[in-house]
Write a protein that binds this ligand. Structure first.
Ligand SMILES: O=P(O)(O)OC[C@@]1(O)O[C@H](CO)[C@@H](O)[C@@H]1O
Length: 342
C-alpha cells in the first residue's frame, strides 16, 4: 500500500519522464491471489492431489501491472484491497515496483484457484465473486483515478466487477478517464463490457466467446474474419479499435478502415492463463512509447506467447521478446472500404 498517501489525498502524481510524462494506469476492481495447483491430470468428481502449489498476486490487473513492470514500464495500480490477501497484494506491489493506489475496503480480497495440468498445459480457473464493495469505496477509487489521470495516459480497466458495483461502473471510470484527455482500454465481459462500450473507451479487448456472448453475435464458423462486420459495428464516437483474441489462432483487430489478423509465433503452450493480460500490458506500453497499431499488436502478441510458454503468468525479470516478435505474422483478412465512422 502507498503509505505516503491517504485515500483522500488528491494531489496529482508525478509524471513518468521515461514515457514522455505519460503513465500506464491499471484498474482492477476485483484483484485476487492466484493459488496455482499443478496436477498431472485433472480428474473431476474425485480426489485430486496437487504436485506443487504456487501463490501469485493475480486477477487480471496484477498480471497486467507485473508485465508492464517486467517490460520496463512504471505501472500505477488501482482497485479494491481488503483483509490478509489485500495486505499480501500490497506487499507484492512494492516488491514488483508497482505503484500501489488501491482503495482499502472492509471486505476480503478473493483467492482464485488455478488448476494446471502438467501433461496437457490445460488450465481450469475458479474465479471467486469477490468482496462486496460499498458505495463510498467505489466513489473513493473513482476520485483517486480521476485526480491522478492526465492527458496522454493509457488507462487499462480490466477484469470482473465485484458485487456492489453496478454494470456501469467501468462506464463511469471511462468517462472520468476521457474527461482528463487520457485513453481508456477496457478488457471485461458480459453486461460490464456492453455498458463500457456505450461510454466510448479508446479500445476494447475481449476474447471471442466474451464478444459473441455479450453482444449476442452468432459464433464465427470456420473463419474468424466473418466477425469483422459485427466488430466494426461497435466502433464510433471515441471507440477506435476493437481487439478480439482467438486463443492459438491469435487475434482480430478492427478499426474504422482496416481489419488485421495477428498470428502468434509458434510456442509450446505450458499455461495460457494471463496471456490476454500480458498482451494488453505490452500493447499499452508500446502505445505509450509511441508505437502505431500494428507494431503495438505485434508487441502484445509476442508477450502473450512468452507468457503461454511458461508455467506461471509472469514474463520473468528481464524478458527478451526479440525471437518471438520475429515469429508474429500480421494479415489483412478483408480490405475494408475507407469509411468515416459516425
Ligand atoms: O474474475 P476475473 O477478473 O474476470 O478474472 C480473474 C482471473 O481469472 O483472471 C486472471 C487471468 O486472466 C487470473 O489471474 C484471475 O484469477
Amino acid at each position: 500500500m502507498d503509505t505516503h498517501r491517504r485515500d483522500d489525498d488528491t494531489t496529482p502524481r508525478t509524471r513518468d519522464r521515461h514515457h514522455g510524462g505519460h503513465r500506464i494506469r491499471i484498474v482492477g476492481p476485483n484483484p485476487a491471489m492466484d493459488r496455482i495447483e499443478y496436477l498431472d491430470r485433472l480428474e473431476p468428481h474425485t480426489v485430486n492431489r496437487s504436485l506443487e502449489t504456487r501463490i501469485l498476486p493475480g486477477g487480471k490487473s496484477l498480471i497486467v501491472a507485473r508485465a508492464v513492470s517486467r517490460l520496463g514500464g512504471r505501472p500505477v495500480l488501482y482497485g479494491f484491497l481488503g483483509g490478509v490477501v489485500g495486505r499480501y497484494i500490497s506487499e507484492q506491489c512494492a516488491t514488483l515496483g508497482i505503484e500501489d493506489r488501491h482503495t482499502v475496503i472492509s471486505g476480503e480480497t478473493r483467492i482464485n484457484p488455478v488448476l494446471v495440468e502438467r501433461s496437457t498445459g490445460h488450465s481450469t480457473v475458479i474465479n471467486e465473486t469477490g468482496p462486496t464493495i460499498r458505495p463510498q469505496e467505489a466513489e473513493r477509487l473513482l476520485r483517486a483515478l480521476a485526480d491522478d489521470c492526465a492527458e496522454g495516459d493509457h488507462v487499462v480497466l480490466t477484469g470482473s466487477l465485484p458485487p456492489g458495483l453496478g454494470p456501469d461502473y467501468y462506464g463511469e471510470l471511462v468517462t472520468a478517464v476521457r474527461s482528463r484527455g487520457a485513453r481508456a482500454l477496457v478488457d471485461t465481459s458480459g453486461p460490464a463490457l456492453v455498458a463500457a462500450v456505450r461510454h466510448d473507451p479508446w479500445l476494447v479487448k475481449c476474447n471471442v466467446e466474451e464478444f459473441t456472448t455479450a453482444f449476442g453475435v452468432p459464433a464465427a464458423n470456420a473463419d474468424p474474419a466473418d466477425l469483422v462486420p459485427a466488430l466494426r459495428d461497435l466502433l464510433g464516437g471515441g471507440l477506435k479499435t476493437v481487439v478480439v483474441t482467438l486463443g492459438a489462432q491469435g487475434l482480430l483487430a478492427v478499426t474504422a478502415d482496416r481489419a488485421l489478423t495477428v498470428l502468434p509465433p509458434s510456442v509450446r503452450t505450458v499455461n495460457a492463463t494471463g496471456s490476454g493480460d500480458t498482451f494488453l500490458a505490452a500493447f499499452a506500453l508500446a502505445c505509450a512509447r509511441g508505437a502505431g497499431l500494428e507494431e503495438a499488436l505485434r508487441q502484445g502478441t509476442a508477450a502473450a506467447a512468452a507468457n503461454a510458454a511458461v508455467l506461471e503468468p509472469d514474463l520473468g525479470p528481464s524478458p527478451d521478446l526479440t525471437a518471438l516478435l520475429a515469429g508474429v505474422r500480421v494479415r489483412h483478412p478483408r480490405p475494408l472500404a475507407p469509411e468515416v465512422t459516425p
